[in-house]
Ligand binder design. Sequence first.
Ligand SMILES: *Cc1c(COP(=O)(O)O)cnc(C)c1O
Length: 496
Amino acid sequence: MLSRASCLAAQLFAKPVARRVLLQPAANMSGYMKKLLDTNVWDNDPELYDMMKSEKKRQVGSLEMIASENFTTLSVLQCLSSCLHNKYSEGLPGQRYYGGNEFIDQVEILAQKRALEAYNLNPEEWGVNVQPYSGSPANFAVYTAVADPHGRIMGLDLPDGGHLTHGFATPTKKISATSIFFESMPYKVDPVTGLIDYAQLEKSAKLFKPKVIVAGVSCYSRALDYKKFRQIADDVGALLFSDMAHISGLVAAGVTPSPFEYSDIVSTTTHKSLRGPRAGVIFFRKGVRSVNAKGEKVMYDLESRINQAVFPGLQGGPHNNTIAAIATTMKQAKTPEFKAYATQVVANARRLASGLQSKGYKITTGGTDVHMLLVDLSNTGVSGAKAEYILEEINIACNKNTVPGDKSALNPSGFRLGTPAITTRGLIEKDIDTVVDFIDRGLKLAKEISAVSGPKLVDYKRVLHEDKTLSAKVHALKAEVTKFSETFPLPGLEEY
Ligand SMILES: *Cc1c(COP(=O)(O)O)cnc(C)c1O
């Protein structure tokens, strides 16, 4: 017999239609109130619901290969749409500015505990803040916590695979707030090997004397040498801040090196390879930092700085529905099933790299150790933008990206592919071979179209749509990709 709780759960989670039963409005509620409070979005706002349905159809019918994306789980979606969303809880568990937080405190404490467990961290040595709204605010909180205004920060340059928040600026314009409110100096990859140039970083760090060195990437297919980063940071007295946003799922599963052993601070998003809600998390060291020449212990002071930077420094009320979703994500990340998933993500990325190489494509750094890879199209006559466009037209989502040696960030010569999302949908190596074939045929079509259109993207797009023979070929390939993609399930709710 089903327990009352599971009956309730079944009503709540099975079907939106069933869910309404629980929300019987009071008999005396006015029609107006009923209409606003107790109407499904599809009845209340069909215009919006149509858009949501279209997006769902797009997700089901296309291959999501943007390296930073994933399909989150049903549990996470349920947390996000739960009543936890309704509560204000500024402050930390036990120290709130609002009443009524008994259960919210439990949720946040659980999320903290599980976040530490997911990365095998000792709570005596590491603390965690689970409130950042996303990865970018988490990083900004870290900088404001440990550096003064105009303090110095070194991160990997954006065109070389770093993230905007690591300090991006062009020669004429400061772009990221990190470069506006702090002084940032980028380090680079070697233009020939595509690997991080640690020797150059070491030299520049000695001259620039940064307060913070950021070890983290958004487009880089090899493991980072955290030990080397640590040594460079120690030589110049900098904090080592690792931003594992892209790889945090792989780190939790133990399929890529962990930054924790060598870092003072680690931030992550929770929605990329970790497959949780859109959010950010900051881990920081606690306890003894070092012992000085006089034999005295020097303590870390990161805990209060970081907690205060997040709130009240930068944010207001935490998103408690998201924090619950982080808690359940961190639980999932500890399971053998998640480890198997992350292992498959890397196996799929490797298969994708070798498959494309066997068709003659150049992969930056010669392959991948993680969930993503960078296809270098320089000197092929097809730009990164043209590749991205044709792939989108055939329902394969990816993004154009600069490759080492690119002269202009505005016209990148490559594109980035990732496997976290398609692996969630159940693709394995043999399916990746089919995907390689689709990509190869798409890129060959791009060449054919370019031969007619010439180099300009506008002409290329026009020819793609207006040339009858070529556009028929594009449509035929798109139909094949859609049919293939639709055979793989998408986690989440059926209706939206
Ligand atoms: C994605 C990413 C971020 C930012 O995350 P958002 O949630 O998009 O703000 C920060 N750092 C790195 C390395 C990333 O890849």
